[in-house]
Design a protein around this ligand. Structure first.
Ligand code: MSP
Length: 586
């Protein structure tokens, strides 16, 4: 300890070895060029209970980011996306004991529920990991061996509070006393409210304290490492406080459900070290192939597990001679009717029911449109119905109907755009000029939309990307309303060119909306693009060019036949919500 303090006084951040490897982390802020790889991860989910909407939200955020990236960089080999289940630890051991089943039986059952849910919800992951797999044990034990060989693990007496529900150690200041079920005062975690117990045992301990300054330097030179910004500052704040060494094993007699410490069967590896290494197992660690994906990684996590990902994990990686992850995207939580979701309150929202009620695309849209990563969001059914009816059924579906209805578009085509009716320069006057100032505002908003949406994705503001799309949908409906194509006549030469132009512009807007909505509502976007006659190779973001004829370029869609009519884009929910009315009466 004395040696470390002296080195610190001399301006060293820890051992020289730590500093040397820390250097490579500073490459992280580079922007993704087209040919680099990107690796997205969700947290791996505990299998002590069935999935709820919060879990689905974590996975959906990662899915949307990943799908957006695939539209930008279509090479399939360039993007990887992992999810999985966290199956070891005291929490699972205790849940299995309470349920009277073997831990692996519980893991098999609940892991399958997560896999089914994610499949149903269209989570486009390329990898699914279970921490009980043999490949993971190999990776974790290898990682342990590297830390050991670098002198970063030592054996010592650990004494303190442990919270099995959160699987973490807590300092005295983070523990409070509350009346328990039998009325006696019980110690609980101040943050989560979960019970804690006093633990005193000999464990392996990781020299976390040596990484305080390397972590600070990594974050200061990578201001984008943690998004949104308040979480970045929060982590820097934590790093101002004392960073004690971390116990990374438990007595096997107490915790048997886990990976044994290599060469010491009397100890089981701490579940968080085990869980975090999943991100490396997926990409082939310890085989050298993992280096083509690391550290080009984006971890998507909830705020409750920020410390594990932004402090413990980067420190463990630096300790093992690896760079910290490229980016950590943090989201807040869903509450239900103003309360925290919990089994004991009986208010857990089952995502499978929601996907059935609101459709896969409807529920995906709701969670991503309403979920704001920086703060907690409240869930209730009426909110879902109101949002989906107004934005997907009425605004977007209505717009499609208005441009494709037989009465207005009898030829069922993408009509021609007339540059005389809608000249590229605003303010021109002439007998055939029909475009008005607001129409130019629409074109300008639409032209910048894809870039704006991409920026929102980069900043982890998918809700803002959807808000921007929704605002342009409203503007497009205003455009159609203003020019009332239903009042124009195809037979009149004076009307026909303008009528075709109005429909052309509105269809172009719809094409851009559908292309941009693909990461969030993949099925609905596919239906819309197919209806517009847009082929599979014309749906990427790289060549998304709005209204080319306005800018003097040929338009590949002009004159094209629309795709077949396949019914309402998104049927209104309030007609069919007998279950909602019933839910209110009870
Ligand atoms: N097993 C750990 C993660 C290990 S990653 C190496 C874990 N699992 S969890 O099942 O408890 O949580 C998984 C994710 O779900 C976390 O990102 C967590 O924040 C998220 N959510 C859990 N409850 C949530 C809400 N009520 N709302 C939104 N997300 C929430 O932690």
């Amino acid at each position: 300890m004395l040696r470390i303090s002296v080195l610190r006084l001399l301006g060293y951040s820890g051992t020289r070895r730590v500093s040397r490897h820390y250097g490579s982390g500073s490459q992280c802020t580079r922007d993704d060029p087209q040919d680099t790889r990107a690796y997205f991860t969700t947290p791996i989910f505990y299998v002590n209970a069935a999935p709820h909407i919060g879990h689905l939200y974590s996975a959906l955020l990662a899915d949307a980011l990943c799908r957006h990236r695939r539209l930008r960089v279509p090479r399939t080999a360039a993007t990887r996306f992992s999810t999985g289940t966290d199956e070891h630890g005291l929490k699972i051991q205790q849940a299995a004991a309470t349920a009277g089943v073997a831990p692996i039986e519980l893991c098999d059952r609940v892991s399958a529920q997560f896999q089914q849910l994610f499949q149903k919800a269209g989570i486009s992951s390329t990898d699914f990991i279970r921490t009980t797999e043999a490949r993971h044990r190999v990776a974790v034990q290898h990682f342990w061996g590297v830390l050991k060989s670098r002198g970063l693990l030592y054996k010592g007496l650990y004494e303190g509070w442990y919270c099995a529900s959160d699987e973490c150690f807590l300092p005295e200041a983070k523990v409070t006393w509350q009346p328990g079920p039998s009325g006696d005062s019980c110690p609980v975690s101040l943050e989560s409210g979960h019970p804690v117990s006093w633990t005193k045992e000999e464990n392996y301990i990781f020299r976390l304290s040596q990484f305080q300054e390397p972590l600070q330097r990594w974050l200061r030179s990578n201001p984008q490492a943690i998004t949104p910004e308040p979480f970045y500052h929060g982590v820097l704040q934590w790093l101002e406080e004392e960073l004690p060494d971390l116990s990374v094993s438990r007595r096997s007699s107490h915790l048997h459900w886990g990976i044994p410490v290599p060469g010491d069967d009397s100890q089981t590896i701490y579940v968080w070290l085990d869980a975090l290494v999943n991100y490396l197992t997926i990409i082939g660690y310890p085989n050298a192939e993992f280096k083509s994906w690391w550290p080009a990684t984006s971890h998507i996590i909830g705020k409750d597990i920020l410390k594990f990902h932004a402090i413990y994990w980067p420190a463990l990686l630096l300790g093992a001679g690896l760079s910290p992850p490229h980016r950590i995207y943090v989201h807040s939580h869903w509450t239900v009717c103003g309360q925290k979701m919990s089994k004991s309150l009986g208010n857990v929202v089952d995502p499978r029911t929601c996907l059935d009620r609101y459709t896969v695309d409807g529920f995906r849209y709701f969670l991503l449109r309403q979920g704001v990563p920086s703060w907690d969001c409240d869930y209730y059914d009426e909110k879902v119905v109101k949002l989906l009816d107004s934005e997907l059924a009425d605004a977007l579906g209505g717009l499609l109907n208005r441009c494709t209805a037989k009465r207005i578009n009898p030829s069922g085509t993408y009509p021609a755009f007339c540059t005389t009716c809608f000249p590229s320069k605003p303010g021109l006057v002439g007998p055939s000029v029909r475009a008005q100032a607001e129409d130019y505002a629409l074109v300008s908003a639409m032209a910048s939309l894809p870039k704006q949406v991409a920026e929102y994705y980069d900043n982890f503001q998918i809700y803002k990307a959807l808000e921007a799309v929704s605002s342009c949908v409203r503007q497009t409906n205003g455009f159609v309303q203003r020019h009332a194509p239903w009042k124009l006549n195809w037979e009149s030469p004076a009307d026909a060119l303008w009528l075709g132009t109005v429909l052309h512009v509105a269809l172009e807007c719809l094409r851009v909306f559908a292309t941009l909505l693909q990461p969030v509502t993949p099925n609905l976007a596919d239906k819309l693009l197919s209806r517009l006659g847009v082929s599979a190779t014309e749906r990427g973001l790289g060549d998304l060019f709005f209204l080319p004829r306005f800018y003097g370029h040929p338009c590949p869609f002009e004159g094209r036949r629309l795709g077949p009519e396949t019914g309402l884009l998104f049927p209104r929910l309030d007609q069919s919500r007998a279950w909602l009315v019933k839910a209110h009466r009870t």
